[in-house]
Design a protein around this ligand. Sequence first.
Ligand SMILES: Nc1nc2c(ncn2[C@@H]2O[C@H](COP(=O)(O)OP(=O)(O)OP(=O)(O)O)[C@@H](O)[C@H]2O)c(=O)[nH]1
Ligand SMILES: [Mg+2]
Length: 698
Amino acid sequence: MKVFDAAGIRNVAVVGHSGAGKTQLVSALLLDAGAVNRFGKVDEGTTVTDYDEEAIARKHTLAASAAYLEWNKQKINVIDTPGMGNFLTDAKAALRVAEAAIVAVDAISGVQVSTEKVWTAAEELRLPRLIACTRLDRDRATLARAVDSIQAAFGRSCVPVQLPIGDERQFKGVVDLVAMHAYRFADDGSGKVTEGEVPADLESEAKSARDGLIEMVAEADDTLMEKFFEHGTLTQEELSTGLARAVRAGKIFPVFCTSGLQNVGMQPLMDAVVTYVPSPAERAFPGNSVSGDVVERQADDKAPLVLWVWKTIADQFAGRITLFRVISGTLKADSTVHNLTRDMPERFGHIFAVQGKTQTQLTEMHAGDIGAVAKLKDARTNDVLGDKAAGFNVPPIVFPEPVLSYAIEPKSRNDEDKIGPAMHRLQEEDPSINYIRDPQTQELLLAGQGQLHIEVTVAKLRRRFGVEVTLKPPRIAYRETITMRVEAHGRHKKQTGGHGQFGDCKITMEPLPRGSDFEFVDDIFGGSIPRQYVPAVERGIQDTRLRGYLAGYPVVDFRVTVTDGSYHDVDSSEMAFRLAGRLAFRDAMTRARPTLLEPIMNVEVYAPSDFAGDLMGDLNSRRGRIAGMDTRGASTVIRATVPMAEMLTYEQTLTSTTGGRGAYHMEFSHYDEVPGHLHGKIIAASKAERGHAKEEEE
Ligand SMILES: Nc1nc2c(ncn2[C@@H]2O[C@H](COP(=O)(O)OP(=O)(O)OP(=O)(O)O)[C@@H](O)[C@H]2O)c(=O)[nH]1
Ligand SMILES: [Mg+2]
């Protein structure tokens, strides 16, 4: 396969809400560019990018999935991404390796919560955005209504550069408003295109839409503005170059008309990617120098090699597949590359371009390209690899904290043996899941972003690794903390026959700000506890704080300072001081006014405005705090913070209140104290769940 230079590459991430038609759109693009022979359909499970069994079964993309095509002699790397809230981290990761986004907005439902999330993520990265108005072939789909919704959310710089030819099922072509040119597409889904004049019945509409576009382009540039005032319009040349400049600068977001299923509008969209998306050669990659300064790196083949791992896939056959972007330098197959994050060499055998699950071997890859390698030993997502002298770091993708956990139970002994390694590999693929054994109950806990996230993880365990588990009801990831500074004492003394046991420590325990977890300070002077036993005191406290005090949840956000103690020449041991630490901790907890903390979520609800009142009332009854409300055309966005514990049943309520026309997104915000009147219930529930698991005997 041909190898491309930075100037001949375009990297785009296709982002947008779930069901907008992203995967179907990518499928049509690949067909029309000749990258594949068969027109894959989401509904038939045959698309290139939804190749994962679980994605096929659910008809939803669950992880970023890469593909590529060639258009006008350029290689376009297209990354399809999930639109569902629980999986948006992958969309954000894909944006990090792209020079632009194609934002898919469904022509009927318009902008949704996820659209806003990915838009903001693209905005933060200052990426140009092309908007694809999708599924225009459906009944009641209109460009005008979609554009209203888009402009209400993202402003009037989102402007159509096309008009649809034919409505709903008759949507068969597009008018290019820049060239005033028409494209018609074959009825059979082949994407075969015929170019021609603007249809007579669309002429005046096209003319006025074009005038609107010209004004926007003029507004985006002072020189063009003057010309516009002088002549009342812009020349063809001024319009096309002015538009390209404005799109690249993120001043204009052009809206395109598409139907991925009918295969309408793909060629002009690919032309636009080539014209409007900067190549990696034109846009340096943002990162940090070794000393932490913000720097950029040019996609220069001759510069030291730098690769960044943006995604890891746990493939059941090929093992670990590592997706990376070459930021600078040239990567050769069959070479050894240093993992700069972990300071160890990695062997790159075959390197690939990936077309969904299909891999095509490459001999080398140039700066700016996106590719994959199998069977790296240690590299994980976020690692930077390359020449030791590269001196370039990439700020990591931040994975969200898990907010709820389910106890899982392996079905058989065999499942139990296999689950550890399988989970380990799934965590490499998706670092936003957490897998631990409850230190108190010994139950296996699987924690993630929401019910769907957990269900998908369990399904992957089954399909890819043949591990069967049963899921128990969800549990909120509560924490415990203290609210008062106290002094405490722990003394472990036992005289059993010959050798005794003796450990004794005094500690101060004090609250720390949220998110501090646990700190241990050694403040022993004069050897009242011998050096070697101080870490044992810390160990003792660590062991027991994770088992909790009130309700079995880890105790966090406090500092322990050991201040004093005593020892015995013969009877003292590490074990004895561990037990003393544990006793001191428990003594402290009796007086430190412990309390419970709960995860609080940032919630955004999106629904037709008629329901706003009901939805706010409902959020209030869930202990929610309304942070704001915006209207977007006929829709309202409500922003609130709500305890996770109150959100477990939200999906059903939202669906029934809005007749299925509402959507929401939530993500972890912070931990906050649980109101006192709810403590009793949580403690009792925890005791019941944990089967009164006994504190280990001291
Ligand atoms: N009528 C019509 N249906 C479409 C079109 N594009 C996609 N669909 C259908 O809409 C549904 C969702 O399409 P997808 O391409 O999977 O949507 P997506 O944006 O990838 O969704 P997620 O992967 O969940 O984020 C599928 O049933 C598609 O067949 C289109 O252009 N017209
Ligand atoms: Mg998809």
